[in-house]
Design a binder for this molecule. Structure first.
Ligand SMILES: *Cc1c(COP(=O)(O)O)cnc(C)c1O
Length: 223
C-alpha cells in the first residue's frame, strides 16, 4: 500500500473530530507531498533543522507540529511558523517560547507533556510538577503561549492493559487540569496520544490527536 492509501485508511478509522498528525521525521519531501495530495495538512517533525528545511520548500498551508524534545536555544528557529509544540515540560521552555512568539507577534499553542510510561525518561511532567508551573505567577504572566492540552507516550510494550492504563492516566490528568485551571478556556481541549502501534487503544481512551509515522511512511532508516 502506498502513502496515499495508508493516509486514507487511517483517516477512515478516526472519528471526524480526531486530528491526524502525520509524523514525517526522516522522510523526504516527496513522501510528504504524497500525503499532502490526498488532503493531509498536519505534519510532525522532531528535529528543528529538518523542520525548518521542510517548512521553507513545502506548501505554506501545511500545519507543522514539533513533536520532539525542544531545546530553549532552538525555539527561535521555529517560532515564526510552528503551529503546535507537543512536548513542553518546563517553565523555562514556556518562557522562551513566549519570548520568541512575542517577537513574531504570535501566540504559540503548546501541549504539556506528561511522563506516563513505565520507562525511565528525563522528559515529561508529573502532575505535581505541572501544577507547580500552572500556579507560578511567572507562568500566568505569559501572554504569547496558549496551553492547548496534554501529550504523552505510553510504554513500548505488547501489554495492552498497561498501555490502556497509561492513556487513561493521561486522560484523567487532562480532566483534572481542565476543571482546576482551564474550565473557561475553550482552547484547552487536546489529548495528544497514540502512535502507530497504539493509536487504536488511545482513541478508546479519549485521544483527540494521534501522531502516526511508520504506519503511513514505512519504517524509518537512520543514517
Ligand atoms: C516518532 C514519533 C511518533 C511516531 O511514531 P510511529 O511509531 O512511527 O508512529 C509519535 N510521537 C513522537 C513523539 C515521536 O517521536
Amino acid at each position: 500500500m502506498g502513502i496515499a492509501e495508508k493516509i486514507l485508511e487511517i483517516r477512515s478509522k478516526l472519528p471526524s473530530d480526531v486530528k491526524l498528525v502525520a509524523v514525517s521525521k526522516t522522510k523526504p519531501n516527496s513522501d510528504i507531498m504524497e500525503a499532502y495530495n490526498v488532503g493531509q495538512r498536519i505534519f510532525g517533525e522532531n528535529k528543528v533543522q529538518d523542520l525548518t528545511a521542510k517548512y521553507e520548500v513545502l506548501p505554506k498551508d501545511i500545519q507543522w507540529h514539533f513533536i520532539g524534545h525542544l531545546q530553549t536555544n532552538k525555539v527561535k528557529y521555529i517560532a515564526p511558523f510552528v503551529s503546535l509544540i507537543h512536548a513542553v515540560d518546563s517553565l523555562k521552555l514556556l518562557k522562551m517560547i513566549n519570548k520568541e512568539a512575542e517577537k513574531n507577534n504570535r501566540v504559540i499553542a503548546c501541549l504539556l507533556q506528561f511522563h506516563i510510561a513505565e520507562e525511565e525518561s528525563k522528559f515529561g511532567l508529573s502532575m505535581a510538577k505541572c501544577e507547580e508551573i500552572l500556579k507560578n505567577p511567572e507562568f500566568k504572566a505569559l501572554k504569547n503561549v496558549q496551553i492547548a492540552g496534554v501529550m504523552g507516550m505510553a510504554t513500548y510494550t505488547d501489554n495492552i492493559e498497561q498501555i490502556k492504563g497509561e492513556f487513561k492516566t493521561l486522560d484523567s490528568f487532562f480532566k483534572s487540569l481542565k476543571t482546576k485551571y482551564f474550565n473557561e478556556d475553550q482552547a484547552f481541549c487536546e489529548r495528544s496520544m497514540g502512535m502507530s502501534s497504539d493509536y487504536e487503544i488511545a482513541l478508546e481512551q479519549g485521544s483527540t490527536m494521534v501522531r502516526i509515522g511508520s504506519t503511513i511512511f514505512g519504517e524509518r532508516v537512520y543514517h
